[in-house]
Design a protein around this ligand. Structure first.
Ligand code: GDP
Ligand code: MG
Length: 598
């Protein structure tokens, strides 16, 4: 196939507007998967994605397509996530494409991430095709959506393609629009190799697999390539395209998207955003790459069993290959031993990393309470950045503390406006704008501390608006705040891993909620365990776990031996996921519940 028959495009949209479903229809149309192997949300290959019904990773796939005039095309499609936490994934997908399908759900209209994704695509100069999805639904408002496409998005409604991804309506038309409107990639296969690493992953059987978009030149099996950033050189062992799975082609030409293997041993040689070039014929300059990711939430990860530290180190390295937005460094805690302080793009990102470490790498881990990045000015006029309670200087030495603020934009049907305004006020939000988009939809803008939206804000926004409100945010600035370190004491001893940084006025309620949760999560011991919340030496909350009275097996009345054994085994199983802190056994769930207490 020649380059003028290649189209590289991504599907972008607000969450749930149907991106993954549309990708499914494309895959079926292209018949690259046998019907019996087809599953819904085909590209959401991770377990967590399938269970939660959301896309976390961008996924690429190459589809053959024969247009009306009988020409064969090669379509490289990238499905992208829609949740706020994963915008980084979207921007990477966008850098490897010439065009984007911007999906709008005809029953929901334009939402917060429809706009932010559109801006990303604009910034990269992509050709954008507006697509109205879910036209099969009775609630579909096609004229209204067309108007929004014109007014809110500034796109030509004439270009909009109407589809139902679920029912497979309008898919042919959309494919035709793609080959006609999206430009073929530029680039010359005769030039020295210049390719962008837009993703990578670790395969337990095949090792490191690098995902690239070739801009100039060719990448061939047997060729020696060099990575700009790490300056590492490798011989390409295998190269090919993404089908559902991998299709070895031996070569990737300018304009193509695909993968290669090169027996890469040192994982840190690979950096998403880096440029690959030939080691003999180097390209003149590297590609622009991606902007540095800025984590917004920090938390430390420790293995439940300290012997798993090495395993955790290796797993994080491999996970980082596939999740370039994950940032980590060594950390240590008195209670938990050695671990890693990690930076995340949001709470959902944190949960995903935790789940992937447990599922894909079989680790048992605990996480400390998440924190944002505070700025502290000391009395000696020093500026410190504080991302965990351990880094917090003594209260007496602090002149002023500052916390990061965000600009939060919420779009909601007017019915839920009251609910959402209350929520924002509770989260210390300051309203700066209120704009009626239509008679029934309103956009409100708040300035809010990031720490307040970190925990349950997104979930509560969704439940208070029955799923109809959407939310997007960007970082604003740092503002003065009153910050305290809240300690949790078990049996009179501070457990450093449970400490957290909080806004002074939230400290007491937070402390009470945590003590209660811990009381419910920590099993009874042979002795009484007081749980206390404290700021410095002042106790602000208290609960007690009473001592264990009877042997658990006593319940079995001695008779049934096998039942007794089962019960003991079950206890042992439970212990595996316990962490000894002093003489108290802390289950993994205790850390999780503290993590989620807001
Ligand atoms: P994504 O978050 O944008 O990837 O959205 P999904 O593809 O996961 O779809 C979200 C939900 O909308 C799923 O329950 C789909 O079955 C549903 N959906 C997607 N497209 C259509 C459509 O054209 N019609 C209807 N009725 N439902 C759809
Ligand atoms: Mg999806």
């Amino acid at each position: 196939i020649t380059r003028d028959k290649i189209r590289n495009f991504c599907i972008i949209a607000h969450i749930d507007h149907g991106k993954s479903t549309l990708a499914d229809r494309f895959i079926q149309k292209a018949k690259i998967v046998a019907d019996r192997d087809f599953k819904d949300q085909m590209l959401d290959s991770m377990d967590i994605e399938r269970e939660r019904g959301i896309t976390i990773k961008s996924q690429a796939v190459t589809l053959p397509f024969e247009s009306e005039d009988g020409s064969m095309y090669e379509l490289n499609l990238v499905d992208t996530p829609g949740h706020v936490d994963f915008t980084y994934e979207v921007s990477r997908a966008i850098s490897s494409c010439e065009g984007a399908l911007l999906l709008v759900d005809a029953t929901q209209g334009v939402e917060a991430q429809t706009l932010s994704n559109l801006y990303l695509a604009f910034d990269h100069g992509l050709e954008i095709i507006p697509v109205i999805n879910k036209i099969d639904l009775p609630g579909a408002d096609i004229p209204g959506t067309l108007k929004q496409i014109e007014k809110d998005l500034g796109l030509d409604p004439e270009d909009a393609v109407q589809v139902s991804a679920k029912m497979g309506i309008g898919i042919e038309d959309l494919l035709e629009a793609i080959v006609q409107k999206i430009p073929a990639p530029q680039g010359d296969s005769g030039q020295p190799l210049k390719a962008l690493v837009f993703d990578s992953h670790y395969d337990p059987f095949r090792g490191v697999i690098v995902h690239i978009r070739v801009f100039e030149g060719q990448l061939k099996e047997g060729q020696t390539v060099s990575f700009y950033f790490s300056d590492a050189e490798y011989d390409v062992e295998e190269a090919g395209r993404f089908r559902v799975g991998f299709e070895r082609t031996g070569v990737l030409e300018a304009g193509e998207v695909g993968y290669f293997l090169a027996g890469i041993k040192n994982i840190s040689d690979i950096r998403v955003g880096d440029t690959v070039t030939g080691s003999k014929h180097r390209c003149d300059a590297p590609l622009p790459g991606f902007r540095e990711v800025k984590p917004v939430v920090y938390s430390s990860i420790y293995p439940v069993d300290s012997n798993d530290y090495e395993e955790l180190t290796k797993s994080l390295e491999k996970l980082k290959l596939n999740d370039a937005s994950l940032i980590y460094e060594k950390d240590a805690s008195v209670a938990l031993g050695f671990g890693f302080k990690c930076g995340f793009l949001g709470m959902l990102h944190l949960e995903v990393v935790q789940e992937r470490l447990e599922r894909e790498f079989g680790l048992s881990i605990v996480l400390t309470a998440p924190s944002v990045r505070y700025r502290v000015i000391t009395k000696n006029d020093e500026t410190l950045f504080v991302e965990s309670p351990q880094e917090m200087p003594e209260p007496g030495t602090i002149e002023t503390s500052y916390e990061p603020y965000i600009k939060a934009v919420i779009i909601t049907p007017t019915d839920y406006l009251g609910n959402l305004m209350n929520l924002c006020v509770e989260k210390r939000g300051i309203q700066t704008e209120l704009v009626y988009l239509t008679e029934v939809r309103v956009e409100i803008t708040y300035e809010m501390p990031l720490a307040e939206v970190m925990f349950d804000f997104y979930d509560r926004l969704k439940s208070l608006s029955r799923g109809y409100a959407s939310f997007d945010y960007e970082m604003l600035d740092y503002r003065a705040t009153e910050l305290v370190k809240l300690d949790i004491l078990l049996n009179g001893k501070i457990v450093d891993a449970l400490s957290q940084l909080v806004f002074r006025h939230s400290a007491a309620p937070r402390a009470r909620a945590i003590c209660k949760k811990l009381r419910d999560e920590i099993p009874k011991h042979q002795f009484k365990i007081p749980i206390q919340g404290a700021i410095g030496s002042t106790i602000i909350a208290r609960e007690t776990i009473t001592a264990l009275r009877k042997d658990v097996t006593a319940k079995c009345y001695g008779g049934d031996i096998s039942r007794k054994r089962k019960l003991l085994e079950k206890q042992k199983e439970g212990k595996k996921r316990m962490k000894m802190v002093g003489n108290v056994e802390l289950p993994q769930s205790a850390f999780l519940s503290v993590l989620k207490t807001s």
